[in-house]
Design a protein around this ligand. Sequence first.
Ligand code: CTP
Length: 414
Amino acid sequence: MNEKPATEKGNMKGKQIVVGVSGGIAAYKAAELVRLLVREEAVVRVAMTANATRFIAPLTFAALSGNRVISRMFDEGTGAIDHVTWGQDADLIILAPATANVVAKVAHGIADDFLSTMTLAATARILVCPSMNTRMYENPATQENVSLLQRRGIVVMEPGAGELACRDEGPGRLPEPSEIVEEARWILSDQDLAGLQVLVTAGATHEPMDPVRYITNRSTGKMGYAIAQAARIRGASVKLVSGPTSLAVPRGVDLESVTTALEMRQAVLKHFAGSDIVVMAAAVSDYRPHSTEGQKIKKGPETLAVELDRNPDILAELGQSREEKHCVLVGFAAETDDLLANAEKKLKDKNLDMIVANDVSREDAGFAVDTNEVKILFRDGKVETPPLMKKQEVADLVLDRAKTLWEARPRHGK
Ligand code: CTP
């Protein structure tokens, strides 16, 4: 395996991004968006409408982006053809927040200021993030404008719902800057997993003893969620079967929430047949209480024995039942000792194509942290030992390898 290690397929390093800010109360959130994009090492330029400059100073964006900000068509410092070159040099234009007025102007080709003229002349992909009063957003005029933009291949993010600055309740809130960045990653990625169905499991299961107690483990779901997110950004259609977690569902990922191992098994079996790549990152509880009490178990004798039943091994069942070549099957092995030997045994016993082994006794790898140092074992005996990486990088590496195995399958292109 001398391929390049993790590539972070949605990487925005060096990408040219223009953020177009228009005059809504959410304009302040665009500052955070610019900061996040700069942190991703994108080259960010900001164009503002005149109204936007009443909500937030151009200087803020100039400082955050390190580039000059244009808010007027004919200001000193605005080059004669900036309105053409900005949108043509860019990889992506993000209009955030996009007011009803800007949505309407872009939909109808109106070019009466720098921002709208630049957008009309652009060859870059465009991401529109509407933010406005609920009634303005729900007005058929805006809705039709949004549909028009979408029909032209412009990506429009659904605004968040909730209480707005104007005290109205409903859709109209600018999505969180981190969500906008995630959408931008998806647009800019090379979509190398497009057409593939990826099934990911994540998190721990809860095995109830009574209405208030359950058996679980320390898994937080971070690794599985990172894989689901990366697969979606790379164009796959992703189903995520997750035990209870506190993590946000990655954008564009179809979540099925479960609680127990038995529920997880049901959900996984339901989606297994249609999946091309299956990644079992969940920490499934191997045992469940033999019986679940209907009422809270009261304090009693000094010791209390709880009888446990073995849960089915979901991954082993998939490995044993799968038709040869139907999918690439990836397992995880959480170990505290004899990492390689234990992982290799699981790879063979469960009939997997690859297994990602991690030492969960380490502080910088395994549960609840953002980094992981894994070893990847393959069916043919090869072992890959990448360095300590962010979980997102591990996710991309795992998907890179799974994709290679998928492509090597004789029946690829089913
Ligand atoms: N797994 C599963 N169903 C179970 C237990 C585990 O599908 N009942 C899957 C996990 O999602 C993981 C792989 O099997 O992909 C290995 O899980 P792990 O907990 O490391 O190992 P176990 O097989 O449970 O073995 P042990 O607990 O004895 O180490």
